[in-house]
Design a protein around this ligand. Structure first.
Ligand SMILES: *Cc1c(COP(=O)(O)O)cnc(C)c1O
Length: 443
């Protein structure tokens, strides 16, 4: 028995009493009672501009009318709760639509899950089982999820409390801003691996983020991913593209890999696909995806409510050309952030595609040395105090990450810029204490 809960305590304090720390990734003290569009409503009623979109999941913002209507209608007369047990119309229609809009060869199939983590996990399992090859290649800095299988092929430093999958090869992701390993050097390293300790015929798949997100919003050098995919496909290695964070219009094209001029064998969708509801999808060749019956089962995955929401999201993105909006507004946002760099020497680099933008904070533009993570956390904290929410990423925890809802307006973007400007000034002037951000040092 624990003490009776104090109903008068703040949501923030009640959360601390009952929600497990292992499941938290908190960048500011925001506690929520509601939201609409790009606005979140904080406990107490203050409105916050959300430039994170719940890490990109809220692709159409919160409570978008198309999602509310589609999910509500599906909820009002539920065609079962399990795609495993019975086909339902929203799931089948969404699968048809995803195949229509995703480039690929031959007969393909779709698998639905609840999260980016389970979809990448399914991709690992089915690739290994169907090819009989056991090894996987991925990148240092990559994040593919947080269930055992997808964690085990990730290269993020947040995963170092667990061991990678046996035989995993992690390559450096070429970073144009800190070019420690060039694209050519990484391709050369791969060739060397193939020629020595990692025979390509042992490799089932390579997992690629078409724009490395949690690893620091890194846009790969032009031509790198196409060359990499060509090298792997030549050896029968499946190229799996993880579009979870940057797909579904966010990058300025419907699929981020379309910027790179190659065609993957398998594509993973999550986050933005569900528009805030738990939904992920894996597309792959029928010869792999039909590998065996009852192989990747989750009872409520593909249920008619989440897939109806997904269908509404995809249809809205396409009908309203939100990919183009993301390209235009993202370019303007990035331009505005570059403008701030004139006033703030701490801004070393502004990069990204569409509405996936990173601001790399440095102590010195010449050496490009990252700021201390405490500094990054203070910028986030101060921006929250001023009414704007976003978070940070990067293996050095020095990159401000902006992945707002794709419906962000010009006015909201301008408001965001002015708050970021102010927050950078205030942090430089020492207006945020170390103690204030101590609970928000996440990675
Ligand atoms: C967030 C993320 C995942 C994991 O998705 P969850 O929905 O958190 O399970 C996988 N890959 C990438 C690139 C992501 O950003």
């Amino acid at each position: 028995m624990t003490a009776p809960h104090d109903a008068k305590a703040s949501l923030y304090d009640r959360d601390a009493q009952v929600i497990a720390n292992i499941g938290r990734l908190r960048f500011n003290p925001l506690s929520l009672t509601g939201g609409r569009g790009c606005t979140l409503i904080e406990e107490g009623g203050r409105e916050i501009l959300d430039l994170s979109g719940s890490a990109g999941a809220a692709s159409l913002g919160y409570s978008h009318p198309a999602v509310v209507e589609a999910a509500g209608k599906a909820m009002a007369s539920m065609g079962g709760a399990s795609l495993l047990l019975y086909p339902n119309a929203p799931a089948v229609t969404l699968a048809e639509r995803l195949l229509e809009v995703t480039p690929g060869q031959g007969a393909r199939r779709v698998w639905f899950g609840h999260s980016g983590s389970d979809a990448n996990d399914c991709a690992v399992r089915v690739a290994r089982a169907a090819t009989g090859r056991q090894r996987v290649i991925s990148f240092i800095g990559s994040y593919h999820g947080n269930v055992s299988g997808s964690m085990a092929v990730s290269g993020h430093t947040a995963m170092t409390h667990t061991l990678p999958q046996a035989g995993l090869v992690l390559l450096p992701y070429p970073d144009p801003y800190r070019p420690r390993f060039s694209a050519e050097a990484v391709l050369d390293l791969l060739d060397y691996q193939f020629a020595t300790t990692c025979p390509p015929e042992q490799v089932a798949a390579i997992f690629i983020e078409p724009l490395m997100s949690d690893g620091g919003l890194i846009v790969p050098p032009a031509g790198f991913l196409a060359a990499l995919a060509e090298r792997c496909q030549r050896h029968g290695i499946l190229v799996v593209v993880d579009e979870v964070k940057v797909g579904m219009g966010r990058s300025g094209l419907l699929h981020c890999f379309q910027h790179e001029g190659f065609e993957p064998d398998m594509v993973v969708f999550g986050k933005g696909l569900g528009g805030g509801l738990p939904l992920s999808a894996l597309i792959g060749p029928a010869r792999l995806m039909d590998h065996a019956g009852a192989f990747a089962l989750q009872t409520t995955a593909g249920n008619p409510v989440t897939t109806a929401a997904g269908l509404a999201v995809l249809d809205t993105i396409r009908a309203e050309r939100l990919d183009r909006h993301a390209a235009r507004l993202g370019a303007a946002f990035a331009e505005g952030l570059r403008g701030l760099a004139a006033r703030h020497a701490v801004i070393g680099d502004v990069r990204g595609r569409g509405l996936a933008i990173g601001v790399d904070l440095v102590t010195d533009r010449a050496t490009r040395a990252p700021v201390d993570p405490v500094y990054t956390a203070k910028v986030i904290y101060r921006a929250w105090e001023l009414g704007v929410s976003f978070s940070y990423v990067g293996l050095s925890a020095n990159v401000l990450e902006f992945t707002p809802p794709l419906i962000l307006t010009d006015e909201q973007m301008q408001l965001g810029l002015s708050v970021i400007d102010q927050a950078l000034d205030d942090v430089a002037e020492g207006k945020v204490s170390d103690a204030a951000v101590a609970p928000f040092m996440m990675w």
